[in-house]
Write a protein that binds this ligand. Structure first.
Ligand code: CP
Length: 296
């Protein structure tokens, strides 16, 4: 596995190998095994979790990291992204982790460069490392995922997290349902079960995966009215009482009072902090895998 571009391209053996490798790691893992490796972090959109966890993962493995700062780079003098990365590749950098608003840019880079490419989010298209960390989190809770009922709730249309998770969790046998305003769910998901509101979803699911309202990608007509949205689709703390077995996930960052009631964060069945921890572990496994430190 030279690159990580999309879930679609991952074989089930590669997925299982990444999940197994991540499950054998912990946050205290430190090695100098990759001291000769150089990892570029090229983020053209804001990020806290993905960027810092890839940086931490690289450093835990002993690799050197370089931060590409788009606003201070020669991109501002007209250099293309491919030219920029070709330049950085010539400096001996082995791997570029790229987040960019353009859909398909990670694939294009992988076709034009020899260095390894990991897609850290390309527009509304894919966020494969997020889906993998979510699968790792679910496996920690449920072990086998074959019959787990998970509802993705919210702005599915603009969510690369939803797109990658639907592909990955389907491969792993999770029963996925969707819940959210009609105009925020694509027609292509007509094969998936739908719930009209959060009450129905909570009653019939083992896990709610709530999603962020992506204001930055929405047309004016798609922006929901906050109070109405929270009432119909927001996860409230009382939902943990209505279904004593329900778990809550969210990729972050959370808009509290829109997608989730703030008190829900402190419930033991809220998995958000586990997702963040697993983000570091899965990204260590991804870096090891693409750089050839894990077989298969
Ligand atoms: N989940 C996620 O991608 O978060 P960041 O935007 O903070 O990286």
């Amino acid at each position: 596995m030279k690159n990580l571009i999309s879930i679609e391209k991952l074989k089930i053996e590669e997925i299982n190998s990444l999940l197994k490798s991540a499950s054998e790691l912990d946050l205290n893992f430190v090695s100098n095994e990759m001291r000769h490796k150089k990892v570029l972090l090229a983020f053209f959109e804001p990020s806290t979790r993905t960027k810092l966890s890839f940086e931490l993962a690289s450093k835990n493995l002993g690799a050197q990291t370089l931060d590409f700062l788009p606003n201070l780079s020669s991109i501002n003098k007209g250099e293309t992204l491919i030219d920029s990365l070709l330049t950085i590749q010539s400096m001996g950098v082995n791997l570029a982790i790229v987040r960019h608003p353009e859909e398909g840019i990670a694939k294009k880079l992988s076709e034009n460069l020899d260095m390894h490419i990991v897609n850290a989010g390309d527009g509304m298209n894919q966020h494969p490392s997020q889906a993998l960390l979510d699968a790792l989190t679910l496996k920690e809770v449920f072990g086998e995922l074959e019959s787990v009922k998970l509802t993705i709730c919210g702005d599915i249309l603009h969510s690369r997290v939803a797109h990658s998770n639907i592909e990955l969790l389907t491969k792993l046998g999770v029963k996925i349902s969707l819940c959210g305003p009609e105009k925020l769910i694509e027609n292509k998901y007509t094969n998936l079960n739908r719930y009209d509101n959060i009450e129905e979803a909570v009653k019939n699911s083992d896990v709610i995966m709530s999603l962020r309202i992506q204001h930055e990608r929405m047309k004016e007509s798609e922006v929901p009215i906050v109070n109405e949205y929270f009432e119909k689709y927001g996860f409230k703390n009382s939902h943990f009482d209505k279904n004593k077995n329900i778990f809550l996930m969210h990729p972050g960052p959370v808009n509290y009072g829109v997608e989730i009631e703030d008190k829900a964060l402190f419930n033991q069945r809220c998995l958000i902090n586990d997702q963040v921890k697993n983000g570091v572990l899965i990204r260590m496994a991804i870096i090891k895998k693409v750089l050839g430190y894990i077989e298969n």
